[in-house]
Design a protein. Structure first.
Length: 587
């Protein structure tokens, strides 16, 4: 490879060519113009057949031909070049600059640490003049400042070491520079997301971390080739690239183009089927949309694109609002755990279908947000359960339930409360925590029942079983919640030390749909009884359903037909009424 080939390779790898204006370079260019008191100055990069201006003062165009350009002489020689008068210089008198009225030129080389000259920091004037030693030194120093800026961008926190592409920090600076040069221009930002996190985890587990790096390198090379050198690409996260579509293009047209991109071979053939790349777009206004907002919108759009199983998606304000609300709820819940006024528990009774007796109640969490108002549990509980606050939420509910049980015990109210747990709650110290909570409130272990969903029980089976065995050994009852929805095997269920199964409300709701649905529920009840479980039907909303389940032999029922989730004082009143009816009947 010749020196010129190596020089051009070094220039290309710096990702400077055809990028937008940059204030960090413009400051130096303005300084050069002011020091020399000349109208024209530029950071001029010598490409294969052109001089391209990364920064400029007093110049309207971005490029001139390389042929007979003084900056090309600087690049070829790596030396300081001065032309005191173009009209008296045989080499440049008839050059493009010479015939356009330029009479003076001075250019200091922009040289990398490896010795490759990229071009020049140059100043130009329309009158012939000489250059002093002090001016020569100043221009050389300013050229060194330009190279320092280039090296800072490339080597210190601005270039991803795996892809070799500019990173998120550089994207932020470049977007800001574009906003200054073209304020209020509408553009389309695009994210190429290579893989879902679990796909990268599996690939790394099977083929090692080097395979994941290969995915990134292949995609970076393919994307650069597909888009062309004129479109800067940024590597903004482990498996995500971002770029701006060309000016003036609409999202509908570009969607088809991105579909073609995804159909091309982005990844090497040996691993291309291990990942599923998608693209997502968002509209932005230069100068008004920050890089943080742009990247957040693209991240939201990527999630929605994958959730809807599309390959190319467009940012949706409604979906973004939903994601932002989830994030706010997650952040605000940490405060709610410490604020006595926001969280409270309610309880929903479980009724013995044969006798009508209230035998227990399920504890449910409620959240009254100080600004957003009442947050439905179906909205916030799934968010918290899939976060680092899951165990904190369970601890709070467990503590509140045990305190209430202790208070009721003092009032002579004998009731069992059921608290929902997830498999992730079955931590190393969970048994000690539960026993301590019961003990501090003077409660027997039999006063508490723990509900776990069928799906959660299917994960981490060895650890889960060990904790469940310990809980049962202390006399704490266990129940399978949402039974029938977890796709679990009967052989596995048979190993669980549970005493209660709660048939999911979706099956109970379908009871009146036909004989097939009734036979299914009846079979679930019989099967559960044969396996030694007590059966609870969830979601009973009518007298007919309650009566039918009683005939089928279902032990208990829970649902709006008996009672909605009740505030604690209302529950106490209901318990008192039911107890008085029972005493009267016995008499």
């Amino acid at each position: 490879m010749s020196y010129e080939d190596e020089r051009l390779h070094a220039l290309t790898n710096l990702n400077l060519l055809d990028t937008g204006p940059s204030e960090s370079f413009d400051r130096i260019t303005r300084m050069a113009s002011q020091i020399f008191q000349l109208p024209i100055a530029a950071v001029s990069l010598t490409d294969g057949d052109r001089q391209w201006f990364k920064s400029k003062v007093g110049v309207d165009h971005n490029t001139i031909p390389r042929k007979k350009a003084p900056c090309a002489q600087v690049a070829d020689s790596s030396k300081f070049v001065v032309i005191e008068d173009f009209e008296r210089d045989e080499r440049y008198c008839d050059s493009l600059l010479g015939v356009s009225g330029i009479r003076f030129y001075a250019g200091a080389p922009l040289t990398t640490r490896e010795g490759y000259c990229l071009g020049a920091l140059c100043v130009l004037g329309t009158e012939p003049r000489k250059i002093t030693e002090a001016e020569s030194t100043a221009l050389t120093d300013l050229a060194s400042m330009v190279m320092s800026q280039i090296e800072l961008q490339h080597a210190f926190g601005r270039i991803d070491p795996i892809s070799g592409l500019p990173n998120r920090v550089q994207f932020g600076d470049d977007l800001g520079d574009l906003g200054r040069s073209a304020p209020d221009e509408d553009r389309i930002a695009v994210a190429l997301d290579l893989a879902q996190p679990r796909q990268i985890e599996r690939l790394s587990a099977v083929m090692g971390p080097a395979a994941c790096e290969r995915v990134v390198k292949d995609a970076a090379r393919s994307l650069t080739s597909f888009l062309g050198r004129g479109i800067p690409i940024y590597h903004v996260s482990a498996t995500q690239f971002v770029f701006l579509a060309p000016s003036g293009i609409d999202a509908v047209t570009y969607r088809s183009y991105l579909g073609t991109l995804l159909e091309s071979q982005l990844i090497g053939t040996e691993i291309q089927y291990a990942v599923t790349p998608v693209c997502a777009m968002t509209l932005l206004k230069l100068g008004s949309t920050s890089s943080a907002d742009c990247l957040r919108a693209l991240s939201s759009a990527v999630q929605e694109t994958r959730a809807t199983e599309q390959t190319v998606g467009l940012f949706s304000n409604s979906e973004d609002a939903r994601y932002r609300r989830k994030f706010r709820l997650l952040n605000d819940f940490a405060t709610a755990l410490q604020d006595r006024g926001q969280l409270r528990i309610v309880v929903q009774p479980r009724i013995n279908l044969a006798s009508g007796e209230m035998v227990s109640a399920e504890v449910l969490l409620r959240w009254n947000h100080p600004e957003l108002g009442v947050i439905p549990p179906g909205e916030f509980v799934p968010v918290i359960e899939n976060s680092g606050l899951a165990w904190s939420m369970t601890q709070w509910v467990l503590a509140a339930a045990c305190r209430q049980l202790g208070d009721w015990q003092k009032k002579g109210i004998a009731i069992k409360l059921s608290v929902n747990f997830s498999a992730s709650d079955l931590r190393e110290d969970v048994v000690d925590e539960i026993l301590s909570c019961l003990s501090s409130n003077g409660l027997p272990c039999q006063a508490l029942e723990i509900e776990l969903t069928e799906t959660s029980l299917m994960h981490n089976s060895a650890q889960v079983l060990a904790k469940l065995d310990q809980l049962v050994a202390h006399g704490i009852n266990l129940a399978i919640d949402d039974f029938g929805t977890g796709y679990s095997s009967l052989s596995y269920l048979q190993r669980l030390p549970v005493s209660v199964v709660k048939i999911d409300r979706s099956f109970i709701k379908a009871l009146c749909d036909g004989s097939r649905e009734r036979r299914l529920v009846h079979s679930m009840i019989n099967l559960s009884h044969e396996m030694g479980y007590r059966v609870v039907a969830e979601g009973i909303e009518s007298h007919d359903a309650a009566e039918l389940l009683d005939v089928m032999g279902c032990d208990e029922g829970q649902g709006y037909w008996f009672a909605r989730p009740l505030e604690l004082t209302v529950f106490e009143e209901l318990h008192a009424r039911l107890s008085s009816v029972k005493v009267t009947s016995a008499a």
